[in-house]
Design a protein around this ligand. Structure first.
Ligand code: NVA
Length: 235
């Protein structure tokens, strides 16, 4: 495995990302990119000879959502027809929850502070009936089979930290929200978690939380993804 940061590569010398793709993809079998703008990743992928995996962008976090869907199925069986509540930021995680909702047939309840909602155009879904927007996070959790949240401030948005702390104060997953969900609802968080901000400690450290399985499953789904991309088969 070769790990390249901007400073380790010609990207640090303002080489166009497409040119880096032309070179790097002649030397490796797979590339994973963790960056900010999705357009950079797509610029790289447009000139890559090998598959490019999105390891996280501002817009999407597909490897995490693969792990989350797998974790749900591992614990509760099929996710079809179920409801997932996304409480907090309408960010890369919330956007990406909409993708499997459309493909696998479940519903996403989204509750964000005003001005931080999901944008279906950014999410890139064609069927908007797979999600519902709620002003009140408690109502978003009502009847949900899975309650999930994420940091109030994602990587790259640190300058907004103080404004976000104020805007998101009521979007903290607590015992009352979990009680409004299904009795056997799961709790997930992609980590890192901030207890007392987006989630209370008794939820993330409580019996409904599967965050450590979720973290471990990043390894397993990404191994499966690599096998699929390299060998064209699953299992
Ligand atoms: N939404 C978070 C996910 C961290 C794994 C971020 O982008 O920082």
């Amino acid at each position: 495995m070769v790990h390249l940061t901007t400073g380790d590569s010609q990207l640090g010398r303002a080489e166009p990302v497409e040119d880096s793709a032309r070179v790097i993809s002649r030397m490796v079998d797979l590339v994973m990119i963790r960056t900010f703008e999705q357009s950079k990743l797509e610029g790289f992928a447009s000139q890559s000879r090998v598959p490019v995996i999105n390891g996280l962008t501002n817009e999407y976090h597909p490897c995490q959502i693969l792990a989350d869907v797998f974790t749900f199925i591992e614990h509760r069986g099929s996710i079809e027809g179920k409801t997932v509540a996304c409480v907090g930021d309408g960010n890369n995680m919330a956007n990406t929850w909409l993708h499997p909702a459309e493909v696998l047939g479940f519903t996403v309840h989204v509750s964000t502070p005003s001005g931080y909602g999901v944008d279906p155009a950014v999410a890139g879904i064609s069927n908007t009936s797979c999600y519902k927007v709620f002003k009140d996070p408690l109502e978003a959790c009502r009847g949900a089979h899975l309650v999930t949240t994420d940091v109030w401030t994602s990587m790259g948005y640190e300058a907004e930290n103080e404004a976000r702390r104020q805007a998101f104060a009521d979007w903290c997953v607590d015992a009352e929200m979990m009680a409004a969900a299904q009795p056997d609802a799961l709790f997930m968080h992609c980590l890192p978690a901030h207890r007392g901000e987006e989630v209370q400690a008794d939820v993330i450290d409580g019996p409904q939380s599967v965050v450590w399985d979720e973290a471990e499953n990043r390894l397993h789904v990404q191994k499966a993804l690599m096998e699929y991309l390299l060998l064209g088969r699953i299992g």
